[in-house]
Design a protein around this ligand. Structure first.
Ligand SMILES: [Zn+2]
Length: 305
């Protein structure tokens, strides 16, 4: 498989290099999710114990007349046994009631605690990527999905028609540098140039570009400062489909189906053969939609207008 990566199309697959960012467990929230999901609230009502007062009615075992000291003791003992039995039976009866409470409360709590309104954030890097971008636009449209496209400036310059197609379909652009360097290897001036050259090009299409994704997720303090100085927000991801490695359609589908609201999912429309990505989206998006999820733009990349 290594050989396949090495013979990837001209320029290679820019995401084949492993980086700690992409080595994260896909269930590990890397802080790019907009926040931690609140722990699910499980409501368990405390059932009040029945109050045993003097009103024991017909169950009263207290003999009404001529009680001896022994009788009183025996009656107290019997009363305690009856009370214990009543408490035990009330607990037994309370158990099914609790079991019924839990599922009724859970969906309500989940909806109230979801700050993302059921949205999953799909992102596509390294484009425009020729006909793969077209196919991804088609599958997104078929599922009423909006996504963020982190374009490489020089790719956008070569294919302005597809930049316009992405924008006209209502998607959002993100800045992914001019030519995809590892930003941590650059001088601060070079970082600034990578960001600003791409930003100027993307904005020339009328796009509002609010976020930046460093290639390979590689960043350090200076990179972060350059991003901030450009007025952009850094947008990484927390779900990596690893589609760049062509792991097979099923593997990409599995990651997609594991997404839950708030997840930022990394995929690629550019940089190589993305037919597996397209096919996986065709399978997974309708299933995610059937769960009630929608697909939108990450808060960091969204329009500020
Ligand atoms: Zn990239």
């Amino acid at each position: 498989m290594r050989a396949l990566f090495a013979t990837d199309e001209a320029g290679g697959d820019p995401h084949r290099r492993r980086h700690p960012e992409s080595m994260r467990s896909r269930r590990h929230w890397g802080g790019e999710r907009g926040g931690e999901l609140p722990a699910p609230v499980t409501h368990r009502s405390r059932h009040r114990l029945p109050r045993y007062t003097s009103d024991l009615g017909e169950n009263s075992l207290i003999a009404p007349q001529r009680e001896t000291r022994h009788d009183v003791r025996m009656n107290l003992l019997r009363l305690m046994v009856v009370a214990a039995a009543a408490i035990a039976s009330s607990l037994f009866l309370a158990a099914p009631a609790n079991a019924q409470d839990a599922p009724a409360a859970a969906p309500e709590a989940a909806a109230a605690d979801d700050p993302w309104n059921g949205q999953i954030f799909l992102t596509f890097d390294d484009g425009p990527g020729g006909s793969y971008t077209d196919e991804i636009l088609d599958v997104l449209a078929a599922n009423d999905a909006k996504a963020t496209f982190f374009m490489i400036g020089q790719n956008a310059q070569r294919d302005p028609a597809r930049v316009r197609a992405v924008l006209e379909a209502g998607h959002t652009l993100g800045n992914h540098t001019w030519d995809h360097p590892d930003m941590t290897t650059l001088t601060r001036a070079q970082m600034d140039a990578q960001i600003s050259r791409s930003q100027t090009l993307l904005e020339s299409f009328g796009a509002e570009v609010n976020c930046f994704r460093p290639p390979y997720g590689a960043h350090n303090t200076t990179v972060n400062q350059a991003i901030t100085a450009a007025g952009l927000q850094r947008q990484l991801w927390n779900e990596d489909t690893r589609d760049w490695s062509k792991p097979g359609v099923d593997a990409i589908v599995d990651v997609l189906l594991g997404a839950t609201p708030g997840d930022v999912v990394l995929m690629h429309d550019g940089g190589g053969d993305r037919s597996q990505t397209v096919e996986a989206l065709e399978i997974a998006l309708p299933q995610l939609a059937a769960k009630g999820y929608t697909f939108g733009i990450t808060p960091k990349c969204s329009s500020t207008a």
